[in-house]
Design a protein around this ligand. Structure first.
Ligand code: SF4
Length: 324
């Protein structure tokens, strides 16, 4: 496979490239390994929203933390904005951290209850030493307005706000440093359905206004389809299907994606495909195709031989023997 070049034109190349990323941990008993992320490659174009779906434990949140370099990969490379992230000096890496921010699932846990909203949103500016006190105050007020709140929030504390308002505050903090990439890790999963669409619309609006690119992680396929240009499906640390949101979520090919899509209410004429059992542990990844113990279409070859990734000219990709 040709290795991706990270030095191509900054203006026209992809914003993010992950090349064969691996994150293995020692297993809990200390004798084996847990394959949390096991050879993931992806590309994020500028201005794109890339959805990542899969059941909990599939590795999608670990992948997000690898991209942000909150954890170090076991192997693999990450390119961001034309630079090889793994080769950056600490000072450059610090600058790069400004360009990549994350919004977490739980707006209750992600805001420090002892800090005022003004302090919370200004904190990234403080950490990076940006602006005078007056400039920071103006900036925080602008950010509050941008996310649909007003300056009356400045001196108040997180417990005084609803879940949706707290997520707006989390988003304001994440965009304070004017990043290029936002990783949204289940950003609406903890919210009431009625509030979810307000936050999704805010994210869509901010993306256009601020020229952002998003990685949108969720187990909720309807939400992912609403916001994503392309979608990756993860199972036990690997990407098993990739394509446009329409390709993957309207015409799924991989049996795992078919099962996920069939569980969306009203999504499938043929009814719901119920998978056997839970996903195996990353400490006990099955031989052959890692989905084979649960696959309704399993072939003999699937039990012994990992399927190759089959790509098409349109950029769709599926990892399944049915298509090889
Ligand atoms: Fe199912 Fe085999 Fe395809 Fe795996 S490779 S998803 S077991 S048909």
């Amino acid at each position: 496979m040709t290795r991706p070049q990270f030095t191509r034109s900054v203006a026209t190349g992809p914003l993010l490239i992950a090349d064969d990323l691996v994150k293995h941990y020692k297993s809990r008993d200390g004798h084996g390994i847990a394959r949390a992320v096991d050879g993931v490659s992806l590309t994020l174009k500028r201005g794109e929203t890339l959805g990542i779906v899969g059941e909990s434990g599939c590795g999608k949140s670990t992948l997000a933390r690898l991209i942000l370099r909150l954890i170090e990969p076991t192997s693999g490379r990450i390119g961001f904005d034309g630079e090889d992230v793994m080769a950056l000096k600490p000072s450059r890496l610090r600058r790069l951290r400004r360009d990549m921010q994350i919004v977490f699932q739980d707006p209750y846990a992600s805001l420090d209850p002892r800090m005022t909203i003004g302090q919370i949103i200004a904190e990234p500016l403080d950490i990076h030493g940006l602006g005078t006190a007056a400039e920071k105050r103006r900036k925080v007020e602008d950010l509050l307005l941008m996310v649909g709140l007003d300056r009356s929030a400045l001196q108040r504390y997180p417990h005084e706000f609803s879940g949706g308002q707290r997520q707006r505050i989390g988003i304001a903090r994440a965009i304070a440093l004017e990043p290029k990439l936002l990783i949204l890790d289940e950003p609406v999963s903890a919210l009431d359905v009625s509030i979810q669409s307000q936050i999704l619309n805010l994210l869509i609006d901010l993306k256009a206004r601020l020229n952002l690119s998003y990685i949108f992680i969720s187990h909720d396929l309807s939400v992912v389809e609403h916001v994503s240009d392309r979608v990756l499906v993860m199972y036990l640390g690997r990407i098993v299907e990739e394509g446009t949101a329409t390709q993957v979520l309207r015409q799924p090919r991989h049996p795992y994606t078919e099962a996920l899509v069939s569980a969306v209410p009203g999504a499938r004429a043929g009814g719901r495909i119920v998978l056997k059992g839970d996903p195996p542990s990353p400490e006990a990844v099955p031989e052959g195709c890692r989905f084979h113990p649960r696959c309704p279409k399993v072939l003999d070859i699937c039990r012994t031989t990992p399927p190759p990734a089959i790509g098409s000219a349109g950029g769709a990709r599926v990892e399944c023997h049915l298509f090889s």
